[in-house]
Design a protein around this ligand. Structure first.
Ligand code: NAP
Ligand code: MG
Length: 502
């Protein structure tokens, strides 16, 4: 190549304010320098309050580890009530100006966050897999693009709320306290922050103790997007930090995703306070396979339903109901397929089953699997070799299970499937609904009428037919009974972040 530097000829159109100018973004931004970095994790993170990282008042920190290696990735600040106070005050101060901003301008910030997420997708995917243990294929192809999609979708609503709620005036609720779990850390942050901001609210969000990093990277990203200070505040800490946020008098709305147990505590805490709340809690979804289903596809659906994200999925298809005539065939196909799943390094793009999110979660899975064996169910585990370090669990299915077994009643939140059989559609419906949960469900059959007949009788908020675990920002998501209340996503999700008046 010639050493002489090539110079581009001047662009006459640009010089005359021509075509190039027409395509310029209204508010241009420089591409992020780290867009090309793979993963920049700082050795320590403060709390993101009022647009800047600050230390916790107590100076306390805790470690977040990589569950595949047990190595500490970073030390993050532990927020106590004084810090929660500061974050809520910042969100309150930002609320007025943010709410008064022209709605189309608010939308632009959401679009910009979405674009920056796309630009830095690789970095976010790598950090998500390192901090939480999920396979990079999932964080790359699912979590990060879905998070960006939520910001795009809600950016579109920001200046169209009068069409979302025709004939009524939508005003923001105020300051939202948001608490998210460790299974989809970035995506849950997007599910919470995007609709809140689109409707003119400001937020204080607490990520889970074991997976704080992508929320903190998102905090950095909101600053790079020029989001006004205080609109998004991210505070890290354990359950006590979440509890301090729930009980703070300056919070107008609580949005929580996590366990049913903590959801119930939150509901008690907000009773009679006037605080709005939505709770997205646990599940024990029935995945129903009829004899007339395309069985090979159904088996892929079952694998995706229970082994996606190591089964750390509230809507996982964790109870398989298979019609008697095909039960033997389905179990045999499933066992063969389980052996082909690649378990190991979450950062290897061929990995299907990553690490279990934490030692505590691994112990919970192990305890429930032991209970399954002790109560008399038959266990089938695939034979993958487990890495020496880290937290791992082999894909596991149980046959000969009974409705009374803990493994068919309790949420395991791991790669463990309980299989039962049924003879008639009515029996399938009766068994499917025999659970305190009501989050999701799935049906596989060749007959359209059966799809409508059975799904119409299932008491679950999200239902899939001839597919499973498919998500879209336009679809409301949420449950009945002990799976919680309220919806996230779609129009229903927006409604949770506005007060409506005539
Ligand atoms: P969890 O305790 O409910 O945690 C969810 C979030 O709430 C985390 O940010 C947690 O903080 C915070 N938190 C804990 N105690 C709190 C309190 N008293 N007040 C306010 N916030 C509080 O769930 P987990 O312990 O991580 O998991 C336990 C089980 O919950 C799992 O085995 C699974 O069955 C279920 N789960 C369901 C979902 C879902 O998507 N529906 C997600 C995760 C877990 P820390 O993480 O710092 O404790
Ligand atoms: Mg971690």
């Amino acid at each position: 190549m010639s050493a002489k530097k090539k110079t581009r000829p001047p662009n006459p159109a640009a010089a005359h304010g021509g075509a190039d100018d027409d395509f310029r973004l209204a508010e241009p931004y420089a591409p992020a320098p780290e867009a090309t970095d793979h993963a920049r994790i700082a050795p320590a993170y403060g709390l993101f309050i009022n647009g800047a990282f600050v230390s916790a008042a107590s100076g306390k920190r805790f470690a977040t580890v990589n569950p595949a290696t047990e190595e500490t990735l970073s030390e993050v600040a532990e927020a106590e009530p004084a810090d929660v106070d500061k974050a809520v005050a910042a969100a309150r101060k930002a609320f007025g100006p943010w709410n008064r901003l022209k709605a189309s301008e608010r939308g632009k910030y959401l679009f910009r966050i979405a674009r920056l997420l796309q630009e830095r997708a690789r970095e976010f995917a790598v950090i998500e897999s390192m901090d939480g243990g999920k396979p990079i294929r999932e964080s790359r192809d699912f979590d990060v693009p879905q998070a960006a999609a939520h910001f795009f979708y809600h950016g579109g609503w920001a200046d169209k709320l009068e069409y979302a709620f025709p004939g009524r005036k939508a005003s923001p609720v105020g300051v939202a306290g948001q608490i998210i779990p460790w299974n989809f850390p970035l995506l849950m942050a997007a599910w919470k922050i995007a609709p809140a901001l689109a409707c003119g609210n400001t937020v204080v969000l607490k990520p889970a103790e074991s997976t704080p990093l992508t929320a903190l990277k998102l905090a950095e990203l909101t600053a790079d997007a020029g989001l006004p200070p205080g609109v998004v505040n991210i505070i890290t800490g354990a359950g006590e930090t979440g509890s301090a946020l729930v009980n703070h008098p300056g919070i107008d709305k609580i949005a929580f995703t996590g366990s049913t147990e903590v959801g119930k505590q939150i509901q008690r805490a907000v009773a009679a306070t006037g605080k709005r709340h939505t709770l997205e809690l646990g599940g024990k979804a029935a995945h129903i396979i009829f004899e007339d289903a395309p069985l090979d596809q159904a088996v892929e659906g079952i694998v995706n339903g229970i082994f996606f994200n190591q089964g750390h999925v509230c809507c996982a298809g964790s109870r398989l109901l298979v019609q008697e005539g095909v039960a033997g065939t389905v179990v045999a196909k499933l066992r063969r397929r389980m052996e082909t799943l690649v378990l190991g390094d979450p950062l290897d793009k061929n990995t299907d089953i990553g690490a279990i999110n934490s030692r505590a979660q691994l112990e919970r899975i192990e305890a429930l699997v032991r209970a399954g064996v002790e109560e008399g169910a038959r266990i089938h585990q695939s034979g993958q070799k487990l890495p020496e370090k880290g937290y791992w669990f082999r894909p596991t299915i149980f046959t000969e299970t009974a409705q009374s077994h803990r493994i068919t009643r309790e949420e395991i939140f791991g790669p463990v499937l309980s299989i039962m059989t049924f003879r008639t559609p009515d029996e399938a419906i009766e068994k499917a609904n025999n659970t305190p949960y009501g989050l999701s469900g799935g049906v596989w059959t060749d007959k359209g009428a059966k799809i409508f007949g059975v799904t119409g009788a299932l008491r679950a908020g999200v239902l899939w037919a001839n597919t499973f675990n498919k998500f879209d920002p336009t679809s409301p998501f949420g449950g009945y009974k002990e799976s919680g209340l309220g919806r996230e996503g779609g129009l229903h999700g927006l409604a949770a972040y506005v007060n409506l008046s005539r």
